[in-house]
Design a binder for this molecule. Structure first.
Ligand SMILES: Cc1ncc(COP(=O)(O)O)c(C=O)c1O
Length: 380
């Protein structure tokens, strides 16, 4: 059979590979970004309740009205602006479907989309699937901040969209108010679309405020903002996400969504709508993860790994150049097989595979798991 692959360069992701290797070698898995502690039993009971009550058929295509209403209220509570639940909000199958539906609806063959480099690994293949090109703008090597001069330089007449991600996976960097102002200048002058991936919006540390593009009137007129209940409520397997966008863009995005997933698990939508009524459920997420980050840094403080400050997400970067000068993928494989701890090599997030001798560790784990991993890592 002859198949002309649309993604000839895409193989099994490093996340799958490292998790598989962690299982094979019995290593502690700090590679893939998923929490290993339970979902709040109250939320599980709510899903069960709505199932038993008989809410088991298709919800409306853009999302259950009750959940869209709850998302509007949460957005107003967090960012001081209330999206219209009918026109601006759509519930999706995880944030990844929101990203896929947005790019498929709005990007055409020959377009260019600016992404930051390093970036979450899904953007580029999704852009390529549309016959478009991802143009990487390197983040500053020291702190993974955005050099806006380089963003300006990357804009051509083919550029349609700019993708930003704060808090940033893989680095844990966050955008500042000044970053949003710099982005406003670009959008005001060029009219570019902004896809703002804010899946870690509720995981921000040290008293910092999440700088959602929804805070800015001029940005939200051009922006598609993506979030994930999977991340916020550590239920990544439930595949619950949403997006917020101006009506004209939403009309197009819903056209893709309706022939893609059509609609999302009804009882879970109703359960989350109820759960969101208590703001402590999402406002309390940052302190919980900050404690984990601080615990991980504390148990690692005697090691030769050098932490790169993490301001958000549940990832901690560690530089290992005091331990080895191996290529980071080889070092990560060695660490999994010989030391018994799995992490993700940072080079996989770069378009050109830049190797700065840095690994990404996920600290969304119980303290026992983090301590056991640190014990092994401190022995190096
Ligand atoms: C930056 C970023 N965006 C999007 C996603 C996808 O989120 P979801 O699991 O809700 O599809 C992830 C998941 O790891 C992520 O890290």
């Amino acid at each position: 059979m002859q198949i002309a692959s649309k993604l000839p360069d895409v193989g099994i992701t490093i996340f799958t590979k490292m998790s598989k290797m962690a299982n094979e070698y019995g290593a502690i898995n700090l590679s893939q970004g998923f929490p290993d502690f339970p979902v709040d039993p109250q939320l599980i009971d709510l899903v069960h309740h709505y199932m038993k009550e008989g809410n088991n058929q298709y919800a409306p295509m853009p999302g259950h009205p009750v959940l869209r209403e709850a998302i509007a209220a949460k957005t107003e509570n967090c960012y001081g602006w209330r999206p219209n639940p009918d026109q601006n909000i759509m519930v999706t199958c995880g944030a990844i479907e929101a990203i896929m539906s947005t790019i498929a609806a709005l990007i055409n063959p020959g377009d260019e989309v600016i992404i930051m480099d390093p970036a979450y690994d899904a953007y580029e293949p999704i852009i390529n699937l549309q016959g478009a090109q991802a143009v990487g703008v390197p983040l500053r090597a020291t702190d993974y901040s955005i050099d806006w001069k380089l963003v300006w330089e990357a804009i051509t007449e083919k550029t349609k969209m700019l993708i930003i991600n704060s808090p940033h996976n893989p680095s844990g960097a966050i955008l500042s108010k000044e970053d949003l102002e710099a982005l406003e200048d670009i959008v005001d002058e060029t009219g570019l679309l902004v896809l703002s991936d804010e899946v870690y919006e509720h995981i921000v540390f040290d008293g910092a405020e999440h700088q959602s593009v929804l805070r800015s009137e001029s940005l939200r007129a051009h922006a598609i903002v993506v979030s994930s209940f999977g991340k916020t409520f550590h239920a990544t397997g439930w595949r619950m996400g949403y997006l917020i966008a101006p009506e004209a863009l939403m009309v197009e995005i819903r056209k893709v969504h309706q022939y893609n997933t059509f609609t999302i698990h009804t009882p879970t939508q109703l359960a989350i709508a109820d759960y969101l009524k208590d703001e402590s459920k999402y406002m309390g997420v940052s302190p919980m993860y900050q404690e984990k980050r601080d615990f991980f840094l504390d148990v690692m403080k005697e090691s030769k790994f050098k932490p790169v400050p993490s301001h958000g997400t549940y990832f901690q970067l560690m530089n290992y150049s005091a331990i080895s000068d191996q290529y980071d993928v080889d070092f990560a494989v060695w660490l999994t097989k010989e030391v018994g701890v799995a992490a993700i090599p940072m080079s996989v997030f770069y378009q050109d595979g830049t190797d700065n001798k840095v690994l990404r560790f996920c600290f969304a784990k119980g303290e026992e798991t983090l301590s056991a991993a640190a014990e092994k890592l401190c022995a190096l």
